[in-house]
Design a protein around this ligand. Structure first.
Ligand code: SF4
Ligand code: F3S
Ligand code: FES
Length: 249
C-alpha cells in the first residue's frame, strides 16, 4: 500500500543552500532514488541528482540519507518507518555543484597519482600464470564501483580539507594494495611509498570505510592493515619485498 512520506532535501549551488521539505507518495518496493525521481517529476523539476544504472553498479547515486553515506538506488524505503522524516543531503567531503550532485574530481586526481599495472617485459600477455589465491585477492578489490562512499566517510578528509593533498583515501589504498599484491606487477610500490606519498600513515583504522562499502570489500582488514604491516617489514628489510615478489610467483 502506498503512503505519503516526509522528505527533506538539500537544495542549492556551490555550497550555498538549505533543506527543503516535501511530502511525496511512496509505493511498495520503492527505493530512495525512486522518490527523488518522483520529486523531479511532480514538484521539483530542476532537482539535480546523479544516477545511471539503478542497480547498485555504476556508483553514481551516492548521497547521505539521514546522515549516512548510502547509494540512493539501493536504499529501500521499507528501511524507514512511514512517519519518519527522511533527510537527503549531498556527500559532505566533496564540493557541491548543485543539490545532490558533487564534484568528485578529487578522486580522479588521486587515481592519476598511482602508476598503472607494470608487468615484466619478458612475459607476454597470455603467458601470465597466477595462483588462484592471487586472482581472488585482486578480484575482491576489483569489485569497487567507485561510488566514493568510503572516501566520503573517512574522517581524515571529511572534516579536514587541509589533509586532501596528502591523503589518497581508502578507495586508492585498495588500488595500491591490489597492484602491490599482484605477482606480475614488477614496480616497487613499497608501502613506504603508500605511507609517505599517499598518506596511508594518516589512517588510524577506524574502519568507517569498510562499514559503508556497498560491495562489502574488506578495505581495512584486507588492504590497509596488510599494507601497514608490510610497510613496517620493508622499512627494516628491503629483502623482504624482493622475497615477497619471488615467492608469490
Ligand atoms: Fe565504493 Fe567500496 Fe569502492 Fe569505496 S571501495 S569506492 S565504498 S565500492
Ligand atoms: Fe579512513 Fe578507513 Fe582508515 S575510514 S581512517 S581509511 S580505516
Ligand atoms: Fe548506479 Fe545507484 S544508480 S549505483
Amino acid at each position: 500500500m502506498g503512503y505519503k512520506a516526509k522528505f527533506r532535501v538539500w537544495r542549492g549551488e556551490s555550497g550555498e543552500g538549505r533543506l527543503e521539505d516535501f511530502t511525496v507518495e511512496v509505493n511498495e518496493g520503492e527505493v530512495v532514488l525512486d522518490i527523488i525521481h518522483r520529486l523531479q517529476a511532480t514538484q521539483a523539476p530542476d532537482l539535480a541528482v546523479r544516477w545511471n544504472c539503478k542497480a547498485g553498479k555504476c556508483g553514481s547515486c551516492s548521497m547521505e540519507i539521514n546522515g549516512k553515506p548510502r547509494l540512493g538506488c539501493m536504499t529501500r524505503m521499507s528501511t524507514f518507518t512511514e512517519d519518519e522524516t527522511i533527510t537527503v543531503t549531498p556527500l559532505r567531503t566533496f564540493p557541491v555543484i548543485k543539490d545532490l550532485v558533487c564534484d568528485v574530481s578529487f578522486n580522479y586526481e588521486k587515481a592519476r597519482e598511482i602508476p598503472s599495472f607494470t608487468p615484466p617485459t619478458d612475459v607476454k600477455p597470455g603467458e601470465y600464470r597466477m595462483q588462484q589465491v592471487d586472482v581472488q585477492r585482486s578480484q575482491e578489490f576489483r569489485k569497487c564501483i567507485e561510488c566514493f562512499l568510503c572516501q566520503n566517510v573517512c574522517h581524515v578528509i571529511r572534516d579536514h580539507e587541509e589533509n586532501k593533498p596528502a591523503f589518497a583515501g581508502p578507495r586508492f589504498f585498495i588500488r595500491i594494495a591490489e597492484l602491490d599484491m599482484h605477482p606480475y606487477d614488477v614496480r616497487d610500490r613499497r608501502p613506504q611509498a603508500a605511507q609517505e606519498e599517499h598518506g596511508l600513515g594518516y589512517c588510524n583504522i577506524t574502519k568507517c570505510c569498510t562499514e559503508v562499502c556497498p560491495e562489502h570489500i574488506k578495505i581495512t582488514d584486507n588492504a590497509i592493515i596488510p599494507m601497514k604491516e608490510r610497510a613496517v617489514d620493508r622499512k627494516y628489510d628491503p629483502l623482504v619485498w624482493l622475497g615477497s615478489k619471488i615467492f608469490k610467483r
